[in-house]
Design a protein around this ligand. Sequence first.
Ligand code: NAP
Ligand code: MG
Length: 405
Amino acid sequence: MAKIKVKNPIVEMDGDEMTRIIWALIKEKLILPYVDVDLKYFDLGVKHRDDTDDKVTLEAAKAIEQYGVGVKCATITPDDDRINEYKLKKAWPSPNGQIRSYLDGTVFRKPITVKNIKPAVRSWKKPIIVGRHAYGDIYKAQELVVTVPGRAELVFTTDAEGNHGETRVVVHEFKGPGVLMGMHNTDSSIRSFAKACINYALSEKVDLWFAAKDTISKKYDTRFKNIFASEIVEAMDELNKAGISYRYLLIDDAVAQVMKHEGGILWAMKNYDGDVFSDMIAAGFGSLGMMTSVLVSPNGKFEFEAAHGTVKRHYYKHLAGEETSTNSVASIFAWTGALKKRGELDETKDVVDFGEQLEKAVLDCIEEGKVTKDLIPLMDNPPKKHLNTMEFIDAVGKKLQASIK
Ligand code: NAP
Ligand code: MG
């Protein structure tokens, strides 16, 4: 059988621990036997990041910018324990955070749904994708504990040429102890976020919701609402053509409506709301092993990965020679996501078709009860026995092969 030719390169970023093991198996058994693809390989395993003083992470980010499509394995974000464990020079920052800030990207989390695993919320029939603005607000705030009476003010000093004015607003006259916080965002970051959400809604062909609290936050959240609206106006023709509707909702209204909705939407949120509700949506749909994540930049560059980490506990079992049953579905879907996007950009239908065939092979396996251990408690009619890490990938490989012949 001739391999399917992928026209342009895909940037591949290797990672750590159990996901690194799964990564190699997926490539060997499910990807490379079928497609001829120029993979620009970057080893983001923690040891190699350390050896290169983390330069490799920036090189990978640049390559995604250049080629437009990347696929990334989960990586360790080192803390003190990891510095000791891997004898690292220092606690290098999160690769995801660095790539995200280089590409000025927004992260979208999307659950993979199957017939025999029902979401916790009965009305959810299709995926609910969460788009979280990943810059500013309380994540870049300054805070103070107030211990004595006094006045808290917001002071803005302009440094614009010939205009050294000052604007002051009283926040509160403290009569006793309390707390205080100052936070910010920028128009350009909010605009990038809105653009990335619109791009992703177009790419997934789903309706777009944006929710905030402008009734209470009349300047801050209203700014978000207005910038979002102006980007929507810009994209109106394209959205109309694709049959995609846009709604602005109050965040509390959105939460209530999501619990009665059938899904099939992109729900865009500010940083904190996205942090909180992405975990709610993930738990509602089931296992972390079934949640994918895509980073989309405002100029249309895409990086695909699993939403989970390196599954450290399973890796230690693996090292001890014990059997593991780690779910590889989200990692496989990172690959199919990258291949399908590459095929779409290159206009090579056979590459898109292959991505879809591989996804179907995965879903068919699960729907036939060939699953890893994490899915057993979520299933309607669980099988008596689960598959181990390798057996599941092999089962998918068999299905794929049968479907291709
Ligand atoms: P994790 O890898 O997300 O795993 C936490 C637990 O969730 C696992 O122990 C396992 O539960 C379950 N789980 C997650 N993915 C699974 C899968 N594919 N199949 C089956 N079960 C799965 O988080 P962690 O082990 O706490 O973190 C390990 C490392 O990952 C950390 O160093 C962190 O920095 C890194 N991390 C990286 C990323 C990323 O690169 N995107 C994201 C998050 C964390 P049981 O143990 O109960 O089976
Ligand atoms: Mg969270």
